[in-house]
Design a protein around this ligand. Structure first.
Ligand code: GLN
Length: 486
């Protein structure tokens, strides 16, 4: 971070170096946190990335950390690092709206495991970040609390649904953030805003404390300015959690060390299906240049085929809406947040609360999901969707017999204009065309900046790896990152 307020924080310090500097007392956590809070104060009104800022809590935590550093108490690796969290993730005592009216003012009584781990490592939570309502969207335009603006071009969307998480990192309103990805919601906004976003393998990071959208697809992951920083954060939040039965017991490798391993000999697959019709020409050329730079660094580039790719978007929208319709049933005006006033009967209360509390896109998905699960259609849609999901996963398994990672564009275009797609849900869904496949297959991935368009809009390359091969994905991503700076 280039902060003038505090001369000790030098340009290009990694999160690891920052944590070490706070531990050694060279950098004061309180000054660091204050400089971020000042930036938020100055810039958030324009970007709208933050829905709530916990200034007092953050300042107090930072001062406690400085006091502990002075005493020489042991501190975690992210000591004093200012972070912020997508508003679908619970933190005790802070509002969690999920970008929805229906959860207005709701304060969860517990903290998500991923956030608890960040705090235990010394990170300081600055606040909660804007997102599409219940993480449903690709542009952040579905938030009940207003659109987020892309820091690279204020008339453009930041992507979605973790638009606030991507924009906050891009605008230096947090050193790192957490988002969630169900069908692309970390990778696509990372690509639109020019930052790094990680989709960890399903089961790598506990979902405890995440407000569910589609439970078999939802994942929590980090955003950061560099691959190494993202690797550092993932290392902190990953690992088994008894509170999430789907979290894996596999040990967590040293991802930062993995980033620095050479890529020579790494086998990189390029699927023709991801470079076909509908792909913006500039995005295509920029991602191809990133692939050329991997080749120049000693990677072996091989064509691969993922033949069922074209079925991914419809499959995703059948399965994700089905799960959403079940998960969102709990918002009934009784247990959480908003309740419609002045209603006579209990069923009126349910109906009015949901009618006024949910936005259009959420209602559209509840209707779609209820339909695909209904008697008579279940086999035609939901069961069929499950079967196609398996076929898509097998495409990847087959490709990963030949290659270590796969490189594709993250999104078919750079960030589009605010309002450009809001009237056409299907064209909005197509923004997910390259990201939903990995979501359905449960594999890991990343979006790493690889250039800008002629209009100066960021372009991201997506790297996908087999289950639990985040280390290899980081290694390839870092090579793309390095390839740009040399
Ligand atoms: N854009 C996709 C959707 O609207 C993905 C959202 C997400 O990953 N949370 O469902």
């Amino acid at each position: 971070m280039r902060t003038e307020a505090n001369g000790t924080i030098s340009v290009g310090m990694t999160l690891q170096e920052l944590g070490q500097s706070v531990i050694s007392g060279r950098v004061k956590a309180a000054e660091l946190v204050n400089s971020y809070l000042q930036r938020i104060e100055a810039r958030n009104a324009k970007i709208n990335a933050y829905l709530s800022v916990a200034s007092e809590d953050a300042r107090r935590t930072a001062e406690d950390l400085d006091a502990a550093a002075r005493r020489g108490d042991p501190l975690g690796s992210l000591a004093g690092v200012p972070v912020a969290i997508k508003d679908v993730i619970a933190i005790e005592g802070m509002t969690a709206t999920a970008g929805s009216r229906i959860l207005e003012g709701y304060k969860p009584p517990y903290t998500a495991t991923a956030v608890r781990r960040l705090k235990e490592a010394g990170a300081v939570v600055l606040g909660k970040l804007n997102c599409d309502e219940f993480a449903m969207g690709s542009s952040n335009e579905n938030s009940a609390y207003g659109v987020v603006r892309n820091p690279a071009a204020l008339d453009r969307v930041p992507g979605g649904s973790s638009g606030g998480s991507a924009a906050a990192v891009a605008a230096e309103l947090a050193a790192a953030t957490l988002g969630t990805d169900t069908g692309g919601s970390i990778r696509q906004p990372a690509s639109f805003c020019g930052v790094v976003g990680v989709l960890p393998t399903y089961g790598r990071v506990s979902r405890y404390g995440l407000i569910a959208f589609a439970s078999s697809l939802d994942r929590i992951g980090p955003f950061a300015r560099t691959v190494e920083d993202a690797a550092m954060v993932l290392g902190v939040i990953a690992g088994h959690d008894p509170l999430d039965a789907t979290s894996s017991r596999r040990p967590v490798p040293d991802y930062v060390a993995e980033c620095h391993r050479p890529v020579e000999g790494l086998r990189v697959g390029v699927p023709a299906e991801y470079f076909a019709e509908g792909l913006d020409q500039e995005v295509k050329l920029t991602v191809q240049r990133a692939i050329d730079s991997l080749r120049a660094q000693g990677c072996v580039i091989t064509p691969v085929s993922l033949p069922h790719t074209r079925y991914a978007v419809p499959t995703y929208y059948v399965l994700a809406t089905a799960e959403a319709s079940a998960n969102l049933e709990r918002f009934d005006g009784v247990r959480y947040g908003y309740r419609a006033p002045e209603v006579k009967t209990l069923s009126d209360m349910y109906r009015e609360t949901r009618d006024r509390g949910f936005g259009r896109e959420v209602k559209r998905r509840i209707l779609l999901g209820t339909y695909v699960l209904s008697a008579g259609y279940y086999d035609a849609y939901y069961r069929k969707g499950q079967q196609v999901r398996r076929v898509l996963a097998e495409d990847f398994l087959k490709a990963f017999e030949k290659v270590d990672v796969i490189v594709t564009p993250t999104a078919p275009t750079p960030a589009f204009r605010i309002g450009e797609k809001t009237d056409d849900p299907v064209s909005m869904y197509l923004a997910d065309i390259y990201t939903v496949t990995a979501s359905l297959a449960g594999i890991c991935g990343i979006s790493v900046p690889c250039g800008v368009s002629s209009e100066g809009l960021p372009i991201g390359a997506q790297i996908l790896g087999p289950h639990f091969c985040e280390g290899t994905v980081f290694r390839a991503a870092r090579a793309i990152e390095q390839g740009q700076t040399v």
